[in-house]
Design a protein around this ligand. Structure first.
Ligand SMILES: [Fe+2]
Ligand SMILES: [Fe+2]
Length: 178
């Protein structure tokens, strides 16, 4: 498997979650109600899986190594765009968490914010994913030899191994400080 393999497999799971969020949006609009626990689940998926585990491998490993290469102006531009989109994703998720907390406290106006942030997520991710799958990953493969690509893949697996431990250590840390 090439290094981009796990990243593309992860994209497929993110797309399934996006479809679920889209279906939830239709329901939220027809009922004018949202299940805050569903929003929690979506946020956990986005933060732990899409951002920490997936964007983590892209930024901390792939982009880090690409930063040491002599990238074409176009590849450099696209990489910066992808990094900026990751930041935008984090900001949108943070705003979603805040709106969900307001909704839980009985603020009905928070529903509009929840809907708009969820919609932003469903619109932004597919475009981001397609840019990586079809444009950036194929073009950045040229900067690595087969050996270097396999070293990236190995580092991806090692990164993944840490994730479950990091996740549940954070859960315990959080509960201890409550
Ligand atoms: Fe990305
Ligand atoms: Fe990605």
């Amino acid at each position: 498997m090439q290094a981009r393999g796990p990243l593309m497999i992860e994209h497929r799971l993110i797309e399934r979650m996006i479809s679920i969020i889209k279906a939830a949006l239709t329901k939220i609009e027809s009922t004018q109600k949202v299940d805050p626990v569903f929003v929690d689940t979506a946020v956990d998926f986005i933060r732990t899986y899409a951002d920490r585990t997936h964007h983590g491998k892209e930024e901390d490993i792939l982009f880090r190594d690409l930063g040491k290469r002599d990238l074409s102006a176009e590849d450099q531009r696209v990489m910066q765009e992808l990094i900026d989109e990751h930041v935008f994703g984090r900001q949108t998720t943070k705003a979603l968490v805040e709106a969900n907390a307001r909704y839980r406290n009985g603020d009905q106006t928070a529903l509009t914010d929840i809907t708009s942030k969820l919609r932003t997520i469903t619109e932004f991710y597919p475009i981001h994913i397609e840019k990586e799958d079809k444009v950036f990953f194929p073009s950045c493969r040229a900067y690595f030899t087969d050996e270097e690509d396999q070293a990236l893949l190995k580092e991806f697996w090692e990164f993944d191994q840490k994730m479950i431990h990091e996740k549940y250590k954070a859960v315990v840390d959080g509960l201890e400080t409550e």
